[in-house]
Ligand binder design. Structure first.
Ligand code: HBI
Length: 363
């Protein structure tokens, strides 16, 4: 029955399932934490009903959360490409999905953010459509296979952030590109009078190559403010040992309000991904503060940054490239960065992309 133009779009009841690698708010879930929080807020502002199933200890403000006990899942990016499917003894992932199965009929749609074999394997066993948000590029062959099966059997249900990320999968052409998140400009304070400092945001883990940003800070003598969860303490210790004199300051894993207060006065954000970053939520948060982004021309950031306008894209893994881009930061009009966050990368624009995807799957 065609949607009658005069009737308002239907209100959906959406069940969001978290990543199982950490409690929401712990920082272990990386960009997915922002994806879930911003999506939930945006959908609610549009009149939809949402609930979030997440590991015990998750903090999501006033968002309705169903907390589930169990052991956290091993992160996919630390496993070998040929790794077998693994789950701990009492897997929070399985417990979350058992909860979802029990309550699925109270909802119109399930939104999955776990990058794990189980949710894709379980898809045919559910009575409700499942929109899968694939948060990384290809990591483990067995998970790729499970995703591909769903992409073939349930066309249109695999969402990815960017074209580059889609291209890491053999079935990339079957993926629907939806971006990684959207920012609410009201949450970020624009600053057009920066200090001589740089920023680096993200999980402190080898695939993010923080050491490159530290090397660039040492070369330029500009202080580097580092914010994010120390996911790999040995890696962090090694960086401090390798760069004892670098002008760095670790500010911790900060909630958005404090994060943007520290970020907004910086001259630029450095993104140094060694892997194909699926999106790069930190880039659009930086834009919202008016802070240009310098990133390796690799993965999501290469599709987010307009070279010379909202930042610079440099030769991947080149410290020299970072250093020369840092010297050019004054060329960027910070208002252009803020404008990008208020338009292309805003929560409301992204919310419409996600809502249209969900309407298509519910129909
Ligand atoms: N690993 N196994 C697994 N499952 C996830 O959902 C997952 C992950 N690693 C990282 C991750 N999710 C998020 O940090 C993404 O934003 C990258």
């Amino acid at each position: 029955m065609p949607l009658n133009r005069s009737s308002p779009p239907p209100r959906l009841k959406i069940l969001i399932l978290s990543t199982p690698v950490g409690a929401l708010g712990s920082g272990l879930g990386g960009g997915v934490e922002l994806t879930i929080a911003n999506l939930a807020r945006e959908l609610r502002s549009r009149g939809h009903t949402i609930a979030i199933i997440a590991p015990l200890g998750s903090q999501l403000g006033d968002l309705p959360t169903i907390q589930v006990p169990g052991e956290l899942q091993l992160t996919a990016q630390t496993q070998e490409q040929a790794a077998s499917i693994s789950m701990p003894g009492d897997p929070v992932l399985a417990n979350m999905w058992a909860t979802a199965r029990a309550i699925q009929h109270d909802y119109d749609l399930i939104f999955n953010t776990a990058f794990d074999w189980l949710p894709f394997y379980l898809t045919p066993f559910f009575d409700r459509p499942i929109a899968h948000f694939v948060s990384m590029g290809s990591q483990i062959a067995a998970i790729d296979l499970a995703i591909e099966r769903v992409a073939v059997d349930f066309p249109g249900t695999i969402g990815v952030c960017t074209r580059t990320q889609a291209a890491t999968f053999s079935f990339g052409d079957r993926c629907h590109i939806v971006g990684g998140s959207g920012v609410d400009p009201a949450v970020y304070d624009y600053c057009d009078t920066p200090e001589q400092t740089l920023a680096w945001l993200g999980r402190i883990s080898p695939e993010k190559a923080l050491q490159d940003a530290v090397a660039a800070a040492e070369r330029t003598g500009m202080k580097l403010k580092i914010m994010g969860k120390i996911q790999d303490p040995d890696y962090w210790a090694q960086i401090q040992c390798d760069y004892p004199h670098a002008p760095i300051e670790y500010l911790g894993f900060l909630p958005t309000h404090q994060l943007q207060q520290a970020l907004r006065t910086c001259k630029g954000l450095l993104m140094t991904p060694r892997w194909v970053e699926a999106f790069g939520n930190v880039a659009i948060e930086s834009f919202a503060c008016g802070v240009p982004v310098i990133a390796y021309r690799r993965g999501g950031p290469a599709e987010i940054i307009t070279d010379g306008k909202t930042g610079f894209l440099v030769e991947p893994d080149s410290i020299d490239g970072l250093v020369s881009a840092i010297a050019r930061l004054d060329e960027i009009d910070r208002a252009q960065c803020r404008h990008a966050a208020e338009t292309v990368f805003s929560q409301s624009v992204w919310g419409t992309v996600m809502e249209s995807w969900f309407y298509r799957l519910v129909d």
